[in-house]
Design a protein around this ligand. Structure first.
Ligand code: 5GP
Ligand code: MN
Length: 356
């Protein structure tokens, strides 16, 4: 797989790179790191994303060159005439927003570089591994396999950002000794000051974003015997605090920091429906739960968009926890249950089950 991708890169000249809607650190870091690498090899690389870059990533070298898709002739032509289109950190056309259609219709070779589950089938070539911490890690592996001496400060800044943001600063279960070795090599080759990078990404919040955080934390609810936590970001909270959706990156992790919580949910109200984010740890997988709602993601970090109002979505999704986390399986045997617990169990079993 690695050799074939390297051969494709060698043989092609013009590349368009794109990533998912509401791009995060891994999305932006991966497209930028890959673009810098391609240019160092004398290739032409154009980044066209469906959404703009979050403000805390604008400092990354080259971020100003990222184009946001506006349907212009130049962009449509770039997508149609590229030798290769790299789809990064997303494996489904609908994750690419309005860029998706042009990408699918283009005669270009479609190269997937990604670490999500269940890729769609329209890619011509894939460098994809679910167990990878991030797409940024995969990009670094590609560069390393080709010519590690190409790694410079711009490439390392972008890919380090990708890895740091997708691993929760090296604390999620997707972190391995191999990843630490890869990152150590990246830091040395790129001459990175990692403390600076962390400050740029995490310590540039606005007062309004912290006010929103406080409102969100205040909305905390527990369910299913305190094994599920969930929080809400309503449109009113956004309006009243003046914060924006992009300020909320990473906020969901607070819900998972509660002792005994197996999964946490964040419901974000939008004009057209409710965005649901899922996070869990270890073997408590949430991606099938998200998939049942038309979304997807990773076993421990997934999302979906539900075209229902906030309150209806919360009820629907929280009830589904019994099915997707198999909550009853962990409850002690009947003879050890108090009357109260028994009543609770009966209530849980009475919760209607959704198809999926
Ligand atoms: P987040 O909760 O941060 O928006 O998303 C967490 C993960 O779930 C991301 O890695 C993303 O790929 C995936 N994800 C989020 N929303 C959707 C969605 O609507 N559809 C799919 N297929 N995946 C999603
Ligand atoms: Mn990612």
């Amino acid at each position: 797989m690695l050799q074939e991708v390297c051969a494709l890169i060698e043989s092609a000249q013009s590349f368009v790179l794109t990533t998912h809607a509401r791009p995060d650190g891994d999305a932006i870091g991966s497209v930028l790191g890959f673009a810098h690498y391609l240019r160092r090899k004398g290739k032409q690389a154009t980044i066209i994303n469906c959404d703009s870059t979050p403000f805390n990533l604008e400092w990354l070298p080259g971020a100003e060159e990222i184009q946001v898709f506006d349907g212009s002739l130049d962009q449509i032509r770039a997508i149609a005439e590229a030798d290769v289109i790299a789809i990064m950190d997303a494996n489904a056309a609908n994750r690419l927003g309005p860029v998706g259609k042009g990408v699918m219709d283009s005669p270009a070779t479609k190269l997937l570089i990604d670490h999500h589950t269940n890729p769609e089938r329209w890619f011509d070539l894939e460098y994809a591994r679910e167990s990878a911490s991030s797409t940024g890690q995969l990009v670094y592996e590609l560069i390393d396999a080709d010519d590690p001496s190409l790694v410079n400060h711009a490439i390392a800044s972008a890919l380090y950002t990708a890895i740091v943001t997708d691993t929760g600063s090296f604390r999620f279960s997707n972190v391995s000794p191999d990843l630490h070795r890869l990152v150590a090599d990246m830091i040395e080759r790129g001459g990175l000051n990692t403390s600076d990078v962390h400050s740029q990404i995490f310590d540039r919040k606005s007062p309004s974003s912290l006010r929103l955080l406080s409102r969100m934390l205040n909305s905390l609810q527990m369910a299913h015997d305190d094994t599920i936590s969930y929080m809400v970001i309503s449109r009113a909270m956004l309006q009243e605090t003046g914060a924006s959706i992009e300020d909320t990156e990473g906020y969901i992790n607070w819900g998972l920091s509660i002792d005994g919580v197996r999964a946490t949910l964040l419901f974000t109200e939008t004009e057209r429906g409710t965005k649901v984010s899922f996070r869990s740890q270890g073997t408590d997988h949430v991606h099938k739960w998200a998939q049942s709602l038309g979304g997807g993601g990773h076993p421990n970090a997934s999302g979906a968009f539900v075209r229902k109002p906030l309150d209806k979505t919360i009820k629907l999704v929280v009830e589904q926890a019994t099915r997707y986390l198999d909550l009853q399986a962990e409850t002690p045997g009947e003879d050890t249950l108090s009357e109260e617990d028994q009543e609770y169990l009966t209530m849980l079993q009475a919760v209607p089950r959704k198809r999926g």
